[in-house]
Design a protein around this ligand. Structure first.
Ligand SMILES: *[C@@H]1O[C@H](CO)[C@@H](O)[C@H](O)[C@H]1NC(C)=O
Ligand SMILES: *[C@@H]1O[C@H](CO)[C@@H](O)[C@H](O)[C@H]1NC(C)=O
Ligand SMILES: *[C@@H]1O[C@H](CO)[C@@H](O)[C@H](O)[C@H]1NC(C)=O
Ligand SMILES: *[C@@H]1O[C@H](CO)[C@@H](O)[C@H](O)[C@H]1NC(C)=O
Ligand SMILES: *[C@@H]1O[C@H](CO)[C@@H](O)[C@H](O)[C@H]1NC(C)=O
Ligand SMILES: *[C@@H]1O[C@H](CO)[C@@H](O)[C@H](O)[C@H]1NC(C)=O
Ligand SMILES: *[C@@H]1O[C@H](CO)[C@@H](O)[C@H](O)[C@H]1NC(C)=O
Ligand SMILES: *[C@@H]1O[C@H](CO)[C@@H](O)[C@H](O)[C@H]1NC(C)=O
Length: 448
């Protein structure tokens, strides 16, 4: 019995160590970043006249915005697929991560709300928590009655939701709102809003449900209707005689365009107050996340050469970093890379459990860094390599310089928590800075 125990411990720690590098020819996989959307959920709110108010939603703890069992299952499934891609197991594409959970290799960061936290838990259950994955009772989980065999709890880290400018695109950020208000005064947005197709759709909806919305709140309606078609399809149609597939599609098209505007996608460059509004919007929405990612990749790369440097200890072990987040977070990455048209075709937002994986590879011949961009479009799909769709890239691998340049272009001018408070253009901002410096110098002079 004792011998067996020692053997089991030795075997499972052997699994954890000694994973040879994953090679694809001369390319070696170094680190993976994944940004995913949570799974199926209840609406987060709805229009006032809706039949289906908060008490219509009982799953996942009940009420608005909760992950459903279907949503949990979608992430269980994605977690199993990620195991098939990255974890050392019989059918794995890359034997990159140990078959048994090793805390040094991964970090999961979720936004601070229930559905993304539970999505992360469900995903990890698929990736590391099944019986038969090789984890050992008594080492990886309690050898005790009542504990599900093979279930290994994985830590999910989080941060305050309202100040999470990396994962939550609706964080408290006055600058984002200020820029959006400017964008709405642009000719392009005004012309679009006043066009016959758009105003008739919005007016019709208002006449049916007796409510009006700001453009940025318009999503509430198509989002609720999308979910009600999943859970209450027949009674939605029976009771709302105005509902039709055609009308719903028109609402969705309006919403998709609002989404694009909010992420700075305009047909013409919108310049206001000497700013490129599209670029400035992306700098607050995508900039923090893209830079968080590239900074970590650069640290990983630097530490490969000077692995005794302070701060290298953690990153040297780290192979897998997850952002468990929202459709908008996935969208922010796709827009930054200029491939948002693939979110869903023709347009629209990333669906439940959509996931974008940024794989960092090193070319062992020229010792340069490359990335591969992989997309999981929706629950049930596989992984699609999309690197070549990015401008400046061709083939499955692309120079890390391309990603670096994108991140640098979108980097907020100041740390994002400060940058979010600046609601004036950078030119008037620098004017006011110089003015303040002038005042300070003058005062200094006067008091000398
Ligand atoms: C591995 O792949 C084979 C062939 O697709 C399949 O039959 C088998 O069930 C898979 N095994 C696991 C553990 O996924
Ligand atoms: C999360 O769950 C808690 C406790 O069940 C609940 O009070 C809270 O409203 C939920 N929050 C979100 C954002 O889902
Ligand atoms: C429409 O909404 C307004 C404001 O909420 C309310 O005063 C009015 O009674 C509503 N009209 C109908 C027909 O429901
Ligand atoms: C809802 O019902 C319509 C009409 O019966 C059908 O075409 C559609 O596929 C259904 N949607 C869902 C999500 O089940
Ligand atoms: C809606 O329509 C269905 C089917 O006609 C009916 O059974 C139900 O009572 C109606 N009301 C609600 C709130 O679902
Ligand atoms: C942008 O241009 C395309 C192609 O000309 C057009 O179909 C679309 O309506 C335009 N969008 C806006 C918001 O003006
Ligand atoms: C760490 O590496 C530097 C060279 O990059 C070397 O000068 C230094 O002695 C090393 N320190 C330790 C503790 O090994
Ligand atoms: C790796 O580097 C070598 C030497 O520069 C180059 O010929 C090769 O194309 C690179 N491989 C990839 C996949 O980028």
């Amino acid at each position: 019995m004792l011998y067996f125990l020692i053997f089991a411990v030795a075997w499972s720690s052997a699994q954890r160590a000694d994973i040879p590098p994953v090679k694809d020819g001369v390319m070696e996989l170094k680190m993976v970043h994944i940004v995913w959307r949570h799974g199926d959920r209840s609406p987060t709110k709805t229009f006032k006249a809706d039949l289906f108010q908060e008490n219509a939603w009982t799953f996942g703890g009940g009420g608005w915005g909760q992950l459903s069992p279907m949503g949990m299952f979608q992430h269980l499934t994605l977690g199993k697929k990620l195991r098939n891609r990255y974890v050392n197991d019989v059918n794995s594409t890359y034997n990159f991560l140990p078959s048994v959970y090793d805390q040094k290799t991964m970090y999961v960061r979720s936004t601070g709300i229930n559905r993304t936290l539970i999505s992360a838990t469900s995903n990890m259950l698929g990736m590391y928590g099944q019986d038969g994955y090789g984890s050992a009772a008594g080492t990886d989980f309690p050898d005790a009655q009542g504990w599900p065999r093979g279930f290994v709890p994985i830590p999910i880290h989080t941060v305050d939701y309202d100040s999470d400018h990396i994962g939550n695109m609706e964080s408290d950020c006055p600058r984002r709102e200020w820029l959006w208000n400017l964008a709405q005064q642009s000719e392009e947005v005004k012309n679009w809003r006043n066009s016959e197709a758009v105003s008739s759709t919005i007016d019709e909806l208002t006449s049916y449900v007796n409510e009006t919305w700001s453009l940025e709140d318009f999503w509430i309606v198509p989002d609720a209707l999308f979910i009600e078609q999943i859970y209450y399809n027949a009674s939605l149609r029976a009771n709302n005689t105005w509902f039709s597939d055609d009308f719903y599609n028109r609402i969705v098209a309006v919403n998709d365009q609002i989404y694009m505007f909010q992420y700075g996608i305009f047909n013409n460059t919108v310049t206001m107050q000497n700013m490129n509004i599209g670029l400035e919007l992306l700098k607050v929405r995508s900039g923090p996340l893209m830079n968080d990612m590239i900074d970590r990749i650069n640290t990983k790369s630097d530490c490969t050469y000077s692995n005794n440097a302070t701060g290298c200890h953690w990153i040297n072990g780290l192979k897998y970093f997850v952002y468990s987040a929202h459709d908008e977070t996935v969208y922010a990455v796709l827009v930054a890379l200029g491939i948002e048209r693939f979110a869903i075709i023709p347009h629209g937002y990333p669906l439940y459990s959509a996931a974008v994986s940024v794989e960092y590879w090193r070319n062992t011949t020229d010792n340069n860094n490359y990335f591969k961009l992989v997309y999981h479009k929706q629950s049930g799909d596989g992984f699609e390599v999309m690197t070549s769709e990015i401008e400046g890239c061709s083939g499955d691998y692309c120079s890390m310089d391309v990603l670096e340049q994108i991140a640098r272009k979108l980097k907020p001018d100041q740390p994002i928590d400060k940058w979010c408070l600046i609601t004036e253009s950078s030119s008037s901002y620098s004017v006011s800075i110089s003015f303040l410096m002038f005042v300070a110098t003058t005062l200094n002079y006067l008091f000398m």
